[in-house]
Every structure is written in C-alpha cells, then in structure tokens.
Design a protein around this ligand. Structure first.
Ligand code: R5P
Length: 292
C-alpha cells in the first residue's frame, strides 16, 4: 500500500543536496557507449574489480568430437567452473551438462557448420532466440580472415552483432587461423581489427611472441587470448603472464587447463596470474602446492 506518511513527513528525507552525481565510466576499453544490458553482460565475462577475464573454453567438441580431456564434460569440466569467471561452450554442452544454477558468465559458441574432417569455417549462426533463452553473456563467432570462407564468416559476425545490439548481448569475434596463415602480429592485428570494426565487442586471438602489444593497441575493444595446444604447465602460465602484461584483457583457455595433470590446480593458478598479478613462478608454485 502507498506510504503517505513518507510523503508527508518529508523533513527526514535525504536528497543528497550538494553531493554531485558521479559519472560512471565503464571499465572496459571501447565499451563506454554500449547499452546497459551489454555492459551488464560484459561484466559477467570480465571481472569489474580487475578488468580481466578467465574464460574456461570447452567448445572443442563442436569441430573435434570427444577431445582428450572432454570425453565426460560432467566429470572433467563441471568441477572447474567455480574457478572461472565464465565458460565458453556450445549450446549442446550447456544444456546437457552445465548446472543451470551456476552463476558464471556464458560465452556461447554461436557459429558452427563443419568439422576437422572437412574444411573448417564454412559456418552458419544460431538463432538469437536460443541465445536469449539460455541467458548468454556473449556470442562467439569464428572469423576466418584470408581463408576460403572469409566473406561468409565476416557476414556471420556482422549479423550476430546486429542481433547482439538489438537485444543487448555482446559479440565475440574469434580469429580462426588457416593452415597457410602466418601466426604473426601482422596477421592477428589485421584479423582482430577486422572483427572489432565489424561489430565485435570482444576479440579472441592468439598471443604472439613479437609485437603482441601492437595487436592489442590496434584493436579498439578488449582482446582475450586462446591457450592453444597443451604446453607444460609452467610454459602455459608464462603465456598467460606475458599476454596479460602486454595488454590482453583475459584468457579464454581450454586444453592447457582441462588436459593438465591437475586441471583444478591449473585453473586456480591461471586465475591467480590473471587476477592477482602472480608471476609464472608464483603461479607454478601454487599449481604444485595445490597438486600435492
Ligand atoms: C577455438 O576457437 C576453440 O573453440 C577454443 O575455444 C579455443 O581455441 C580455446 O581453447 P584452447 O585454449 O584449447 O585453444
């Protein structure tokens, strides 16, 4: 019922007279002009306290089938979710395996269409209604710059971004690497920039030993790096450390976590490097301590 007393006895109300309303600058690069829903969802991918992200990627099955370490997602992946800021997966895995009560961001693998047995990147996109139904925080689309399906994959990103802006769901451009492409900063700077210019709110790419800062600086939106093939744990933590310290806003890591000798320890060590500025040595020590 309406509280008339509150209106009448208004001498105790605090209108904050003399206190200016603070401007709210959003914490992510290139995201200040986005709508509230976009920013809220980005805050489920990137931790607002550090501005960084630990994304647990386990979407590999959509092109590779039962990848090593992902044979039983319920056993291998679900125990890792508490240590990530968000998960990256297909809608199949999400519905079949991920507990709906979990409170992490969801990066949905939003494009699909071919497997490693044929030619990759000949993809279509999912219906936006399904992304909305699953309450996803971002939609990831493969973009194959310089590849056979360049135009098609860029169109996939453009259409995804159109839908994303309509419904307040960010898009992530995932830079595919063709077999004949050089994995250097020049290539990834081009690919990342093309994704951002075409509407991606996040870009996922690979770390380059040389000139990675140029890839970062040439991209107007946050970049997260993929982990790539399994490395020794210490080397994987070094990769995270270098990427973050050269400007990446996070890691979207799969095989170096779930194929680790101790995935639960590894994701905690990765988290400490990303969010707590642990050095690779400190992270590896943490990994070893947690593995005892
Ligand atoms: C790439 O597009 C895949 O879908 C994975 O999500 C990505 O490569 C990250 O996984 P990994 O760290 O194993 O490379």
């Amino acid at each position: 019922m309406a509280d008339l007393d509150g209106i009448i006895a208004n001498k105790d109300k605090d209108y904050g007279i003399g206190v200016p309303v603070a401007n709210q600058n959003f914490f992510l690069k290139g995201s200040d002009n986005l709508d509230w829903g976009m920013k809220n969802r980005l805050s489920r991918i990137f931790n607002p306290e550090t501005g960084r992200a630990v994304m647990l990627a386990f979407d590999h099955g959509y092109i590779m089938g039962p990848t090593s370490g992902l044979e039983r997602l319920d056993l291998s992946i679900v125990p890792l979710i508490p240590y990530a800021d968000s998960i990256m997966c297909t809608r199949g895995a999400l519905r079949a395996v991920v507990p709906a009560a979990m409170d992490k961001g969801i990066c949905l693998r939003y494009s699909a269409g071919s497997t490693m047995l044929t030619e990759l990147n000949n993809e279509c996109t999912i219906d936006i209604n399904d992304a909305i139904r699953m309450n996803v925080s971002t939609m990831a689309v493969m973009v194959s710059i310089g590849g056979t399906y360049e135009a098609k994959t860029i169109e996939n990103l453009v259409r995804t971004a159109d839908m994303g802006y309509k419904y307040g769901i960010p898009s992530m451009g995932v830079t595919a690497v063709g077999t004949q492409m050089a994995r250097d900063a020049r290539y990834f700077a081009l690919a990342a920039r093309v994704c951002a210019e075409n509407g991606a709110n996040i870009v996922k790419t690979y770390y380059t030993e040389d000139d990675f800062a140029k890839v970062i600086n040439a991209c107007p939106v946050p970049i997260v790096i993929a982990g790539g093939k399994k490395l020794e744990e210490k080397a994987a933590l070094e990769l995270c450390y270098k990427a973050i310290n050269e400007g990446a806003a996070g890691v979207d890591m799969g095989r170096n976590v779930f194929q680790s000798a101790n995935p639960v320890a590894m994701i905690q060590a990765v988290n400490a490097v990303v969010h707590k500025n642990f050095t690779p040595d400190q992270g590896f020590e943490m990994f070893n301590d947690l593995s005892k």
